[in-house]
Write a protein that binds this ligand. Structure first.
Ligand SMILES: [Mg+2]
Length: 411
């Protein structure tokens, strides 16, 4: 089964210059409970072989750049036997090492190809990817949805969703308090303190302590991913589960968070951590430290979501899957078949390979134009009052007497 071609399919919905960015707080507030808006940038990959079989995958991270990386990598893969996934992964890593691209950009390119090779192997053997990973721990996967207001939260719970995540650094304590009060104690709740602006480690430690009474499943990315020292400080300051890892790639990138026990939940991005080949190794490393895995998946396209379903079906420490179903109506048309969500769970596919295919003609109707993030807006409250135009990466919280309410602690 020799690789004869690797094709890319880049698509974009809603250019960021027109619509803002997911992290600016517009999700869940601009258009009501289900009409989430924002940009979506997806890159799909198809590996074709001389056997007539194909496999599909998805890359995230910086898709317009990664498309070029995939095309470059194809030159060392065409003519190779597609069966030997690990050997091809090692060859890809060696091919890009000299560029210093072993982080999420390089790993993002390897991810789509690797995912397609697993799909291809499953298709060739007539068995689902989860079976190649050792079989099922579970035949359905619990999901969590995004909600930034009590109204959205209650609407999602009424649909059967059993876990919710809110986000942003604007007023996190009051936001969590309001949503917890609306949904009661039996729904799992998380918050992603996603920057920029990122909190300083000291402020994040204080927020984490103020959030202790709300029994969160986790606090995600409390600070910028570069600061492992900061994670240690928050870890020591607060008794709350922490989650992180969506901007890191490969076993080497995720290793410090796991080995030092800095998080309770590791969140490698299914589209850029290095593929199924890396995800299963990251999961095993986490398992050794009693850390759960919840793949970052919210902004990803539907092929990566399928890959995450297979992984979470097979992994003992697979916790829950991030899911934004209603960001764009075309999401369901991009892939065949579209996963069916019921009672807060997704059913694990049973068809060979990943069990899905993309609608290439539909993808081609949505060309990509640009893919960088606009800073937060004044309306989103991301930046402290009076500092909106600064757009700094890390910012201490001003108006402190209000920011940490309603819980007052003694940090
Ligand atoms: Mg996040």
């Amino acid at each position: 089964m020799i690789i004869t071609a690797i094709s890319t399919f880049l698509m974009q919905v809603d250019a960021p210059g027109l619509k803002g960015w997911a992290s600016d707080g517009s999700f869940g507030t601009r258009a009501g409970a289900k009409g989430l808006t924002g940009t979506r940038n997806w890159l799909f990959v198809k590996v074709t072989t001389d056997a007539g079989l194909v496999g599909i995958g998805e890359c995230s991270g910086w898709p317009r750049v990664i498309e070029t990386a995939v095309q470059d990598l194809s030159t060392v893969l065409i003519g190779e036997d597609a069966t030997h996934i690990e050997r091809l992964w090692q060859k890809m890593l060696s091919a890009i090492m000299g560029h210093g691209m072993t982080g999420t950009v390089g790993a993002g390119a390897m991810t789509g190809i690797d995912m397609a090779l697993w799909d291809l192997k499953g298709n060739a053997l007539g068995t689902p990817v989860w079976n190649l990973l050792g079989g099922q721990m579970r035949d359905r996967v619990r999901i969590y949805a995004h909600a930034n207001t009590p109204e959205v939260a209650k609407a999602l719970v009424a649909e059967g969703v059993t876990a919710l995540k809110c986000g942003g650094v604007a007023d996190p304590v009051r936001k969590v308090a309001a949503i917890r009060e609306a949904i009661g104690p039996d729904i799992d709740l998380m918050i992603d303190l996603h920057g920029p602006p990122w909190l300083t480690p000291g402020d994040a430690a204080r927020v984490a302590r103020a959030l202790e009474p709300y029994d969160l499943l986790w606090i995600e990315d409390p600070i910028a991913p570069e600061s492992l020292d900061g994670y240690r400080r928050i870890r020591d300051a607060a008794h709350v589960p922490l989650a992180a890892g969506e901007r890191m790639a490969t076993v080497w990138g995720l290793r410090p968070l796991i080995e030092e026990g800095l998080v309770d939940v590791i969140q490698p991005d299914t589209g850029r951590a290095g593929g199924i080949t890396q995800m299963k190794k990251i999961a095993a490393m986490a398992e050794a430290h009693h850390i759960m895995l919840a793949p970052h998946s919210g902004s990803l396209g539907p092929v990566a979501e399928y890959a995450a379903l297979h992984l979470l079906s097979a992994l003992p420490n697979g916790l829950i899957l991030e899911r934004i179903e209603h960001d764009w109506p075309g999401r369901a048309r991009t892939i065949v078949p579209h996963p069916v969500q019921q009672d807060g769970f997704l059913t694990v596919p049973t068809d060979p390979g990943l069990g899905c295919d993309i609608d290439e003609a539909f993808v081609a109707e949505h060309p990509s134009e640009a893919n960088v993030s606009n800073p937060g807006t004044a309306a989103s409250g991301a930046y402290a009052p009076g500092t909106f135009d600064e757009h700094v990466y890390v910012q201490t919280r001003l108006r402190r007497a209000r920011y940490f309410s309603p819980i007052k602690d003694s940090v």
